[in-house]
Write a protein that binds this ligand. Sequence first.
Ligand code: ARG
Length: 704
Amino acid sequence: MTQDIRILMCAPDHYDVDYVINPWMEGNIHKSSRERAVEQWEKLYGIIKEYATVDLVTPQKGVPDMVFTANAGLVLGDNVVLSRFYHPERQGEEPFFKEWFEENGFTVYELPKDLPFEGAGDALFDREGRWLWAGYGFRSELDSHPYIARWLDTEVLSLRLIDNRFYHLDTCFCPLANGYLLYYPQAFDSYSNRLIEMRVPEERRIIVEEPDAVNFACNAVNINDVVIMNKITHDLEQSITDKGFKVIQTPLTEFLKAGGAAKCLTLRVTEPILDDVHANVTVTSRVIKMEGHLLDSGLMNRALDVVVKEGGSFKVLNFDLGVERQSPSTAEVRISAPSVEVMDDIISLLIDLGAMSLPEKESDANLETVVKAGVSPDDFYVTTIYPTEVRVNGYWERVNNQRMDGAIVIEETEEGFTASCKLLRDLEVGEKVVIGVEGIRTVRSPQSREQRNQTQEFSFMSGGVSSERRVELLVEQIAWEMRHIRDQGGKVAVVAGPVVIHTGGSEHLSRLIRDGYVQCLLGGNAIAVHDMEQSIMGTSLGVDMRKGTPVSGGHRHHLKVINVVRRAGSITDAVNKGLVTKGIMYECVKNNVPFSLAGSIRDDGPLPDTQMDLIKAQEDYSRLLKGTDMIIMLSTMLHSIGVGNMTPSGVKMVCVDINPAVVTKLSDRGSVESVGIVTDVGLFLSLLTQQLDKLTNRYQLSVN
Ligand code: ARG
């Protein structure tokens, strides 16, 4: 007998499914039989009475879920943290439970209003009393955990629930005696699973499979070596008994209709305090400030989504809505995360979005020294395409050479310091690298509605195939933009694949280069080979470009071309010697448009100009891309991705490919400046030259 254990229950006198606040209740309104519920409850009550003393709280009309006493509060010793229900439907239970606790000599702690916490349904002590597992994600708020840790002086381990069928921790997680744990891992996010695995050794973890999980197998009452639960499969019963437990099954189907079973119907009110356990909570929070057109640009939404998706939670402390059309809004949001690690992940994503720290809380960036060349200290801040600022000795500086996937190197100078993005491989011993996310912010210029509407037109993201009219409209805008860039002495880079040649785009791209619309060309071996094959032999991969039919022996053409150029020494030499007389490469040479060809494993030849050392090729690309205003990516996925990685936000990118997946991948960089067009590149280029011609004619007309 273990009558020093007391358990609180509430008879189902008023039990029914009256509303829907969890997925189990859906379709079950008034579908449960009171009679059968009473019978099942009595049976459970009888079983529990054999192992513990059962206290009863008086059931109340109008609060049918009061039978689920697990949600009354969380008890430790003489203290109880009273539940604050998330759903108004259950808030009526709070005063009745409070009264019972007070009458029974407990000290009652009450959480601030609007900070939901659903008691022992969402917080379960390790049965050795070493710590408290606390759930969040659906009913209880992460921010309640620090209160619990403080009031009950215990260590709280926060677990995030991600499957709404398992909305309370006790629906999918049951610590058992001797350090065992019965649980359904899929109900938790990966961070939580890692935490569980760190605390509970593998041989103590009893994994529940879905068929048992949905029958609430984890919702079990454990009293010493007895485990009381709804019906389970034979296999699960076996694995639990194998660990030395006695399993008692009792049907609780009527309560399943409301989303509860054995454990939900009970609250253990005797939880002994261990002397050597003390408050500890890894939940951290910090306040961030956001500024901009938060509502109509969707920034607010996106930021809060990021927080929740990454396993944190938030509280909007204040929101100052910009009332004029032009005026930006500001918001202060407190972010909480179950650990510093998760917080860092959240903050770096928020930095990408343009969320900033509060000025009074600002701190300098943490720096660490490189000790091995080409290797950064761990936890370095990984750069993005967005303009970034770093704070050192109280001053903010803009980061130079902005690009993604680098580290930020700080160099102290006489006037202060400089910051620049560097690739890992370029890091030198002794350099100082920014670690973590402190003292970092990204700069986003708040756009007005007008500006946004303009770019929106420009930033059509291709979800599928672009309609013909849509393509025409986009080409019109791109032509206008290119014309503008050329007139201002700006810079357009073209990244092109050999498909440009196969689809008949060569003459158009050649025109663009000749007419001064292109300031550098990036590609691989293939585009140059096929372009020169066309110019020297009239074929593209052996296919006659005018007739569209294969030429006999044509498959060898491109190798012959490579040979010609190799003999000449370089593409420039081949052009100067009159061996190449037209085409894209010809125009580049004749018009002094620099090009860079990056090699790959599948290249034939290669051409003497093709850079087979990829580090050098990346450097070449990046050098040529400096100061670019617009990049046009034509059917070459890998070169385009490479270019995207080197390019800071703010550079307009146009990506054209017949494959929608490529377009989506390239244009979806989260930057408003990219536009994706799903169409044939040859066609695109022809439309583009037509549009540019139209602009030129219009211009001439207006001049005359
Ligand atoms: N219908 C109740 C609710 O959704 C069921 C509570 C089950 N209790 C529990 N500890 N899991 O709140």
